[in-house]
Design a binder for this molecule. Structure first.
Ligand SMILES: [Zn+2]
Length: 440
């Protein structure tokens, strides 16, 4: 004898099997996410680490990364997905839709980590997408467009000093020539490391076509505490801020720390310091959207008894608006020039890189909103300050991001944590969104 809830499930299953080619009635789609299994998968993936658990270290193309890749591929295959990869090791796991030639719906994130980092950053988006597919399969759903998980190679700026390697390669923002020049701190080049990890095919340009995905959705922990503070379970990202990185170098004649009076010095360190404080003041005038960070300072020769002869600063400026970011950079550099003149030191600016900020696709956001409403989940439309693979996916494909809270906003640390309840909600919204997008 079937219980009432079992009967409802059977009817739903029957509905989706019979009407799989027609537009389904999504109010009947009954998704039940197995959070316990997902958390277990996350913990197992976390064991592929070169460090003490719970701190996780899984650098690109390391032996831990290689083992994690084997584990992911096995999980994808066990779930009946067809697995492939590209020459940089982006892994694709596809659930074939009833219209397999139509552009697919993509979903995924990264599975590499920084040194001694957490369990959920990136991996939630990979294994969460897998759990979304498993729960859709269990509900008897048949996608029209194929749904494809992308497990991106190396989003973190760790081993080779470049972030979002996989997504940038896919969309053509990182060329083969640039990849071939990369070396890690031990002098191992990108190509040798790639081959060590089993990707021995020739490294040509990406063959990802412009219509590979009709939409792309990334589930991710927020990595800050806005959602937690407001008690809101879901964040829907509208914009991703992007960085522009510059190096500012200051030079002076140096001199003896004992003999040269302070009013006669041309001290590049003091000029750089004045610049750092003026940059802070510039941002504080309108702190809403812009961020500026001096994260690296190199003082030469670095002797306690000598006035420095040169100082190099990294200046990272971020905004969701490229024009505002450029304006800010120009104001900062004008200030730098006037400080250099006043302090009689030379100043030189070089541009390292700039990525364009991304707008998430309004249609994808609308589908995510409908999905939240179905589960009676409140959501907050918000900006992502950290960037993700979606920053680059958005340059080619309509993209959206779902955020869930993480405890105290902590990320990139061993005690990074997302609760099973929040994970459940995130995967429900993701699964519903992927299902709906597969019919749009
Ligand atoms: Zn991440």
């Amino acid at each position: 004898m079937l219980s009432f809830s079992q009967l409802v499930c059977c009817l739903c299953l029957l509905f989706f099997v019979v009407f799989s080619k027609a537009e389904p009635d999504f109010s009947l789609l009954n998704i039940s996410v197995d959070t316990e299994r997902l958390v277990e998968d996350l913990k197992i993936l976390g064991q592929f680490s070169d460090g003490d658990y719970p701190g996780i270290t899984r650098l690109l193309y390391s032996k831990e990364d290689k083992a994690a890749r084997r584990y992911l591929i096995a999980l994808f295959e066990q779930s009946g997905l067809s697995v492939s990869w590209d020459p940089v090791g982006n892994i694709f796991a596809r659930w074939e839709g009833s219209d397999p030639t139509a552009p697919a719906v993509g979903s995924g994130s990264h599975f590499d980590t920084l040194l001694n980092a957490g369990l959920y950053d990136g991996t939630l988006g990979v294994l969460g997408a897998l759990e979304a597919i498993r729960s859709l399969k269990k509900a008897g759903f048949q996608p029209k467009r194929s749904i494809e998980i992308v497990a991106f190679t190396s989003e973190e700026v760790s081993r080779f000093g470049v972030g979002c390697v996989g997504s940038r390669y896919m969309v053509g923002s990182l060329s083969v020539e640039e990849l071939m020049k990369l070396k890690d701190s031990e002098g191992v080049d990108f190509d040798s490391a790639r081959k060590f990890c089993g990707y021995t095919e020739e490294l040509g340009s990406s063959t990802t076509s412009d219509d590979r995905y009709s939409a792309f959705v990334e589930l991710h922990i927020e990595q800050y505490h806005i959602l937690e503070d407001k008690g809101i379970p879901i964040g829907l990202v509208t914009d991703i801020a992007a960085p522009a990185l510059y190096t500012v170098e200051w030079k002076g004649p140096g001199g003896h720390a004992g003999s040269v009076p302070l009013n006669e010095r041309q001290d590049p360190f003091l000029a750089a310091s004045e610049f750092a404080l003026s940059l802070e003041q510039l941002i504080l005038k309108d702190p809403t959207n812009s961020r500026a960070t001096i994260g690296r300072v190199e003082v030469y020769p670095g002797s306690a008894g000598a006035i420095p002869r040169s100082v190099r600063l990294s200046v990272d400026i971020r905004d969701i608006n490229e024009e505002s970011r450029t304006k800010l950079k120009e104001q900062a550099m004008e200030k730098a020039a006037s400080i250099a003149q006043k302090r009689k030191v030379k100043m030189d600016i070089s541009h390292n890189y700039s990525y364009p900020p991304a707008k998430m696709d309004p249609k994808v956001i609308a589908v995510m909103e409908d999905s939240c409403r179905k589960y009676n989940l409140t959501f907050l439309k918000m900006i992502s300050r950290p960037f993700h693979d979606s920053l680059f996916m958005a340059t080619k494909f309509p993209t959206g991001m779902i955020f869930i809270p993480c405890k105290e906003g902590k990320s990139h640390v061993p005690d990074e944590y997302a609760s099973p309840e929040d994970i459940l909600r995130g995967v429900e919204v993701l699964a519903e969104t992927l299902a709906r997008l597969s019919y749009l």
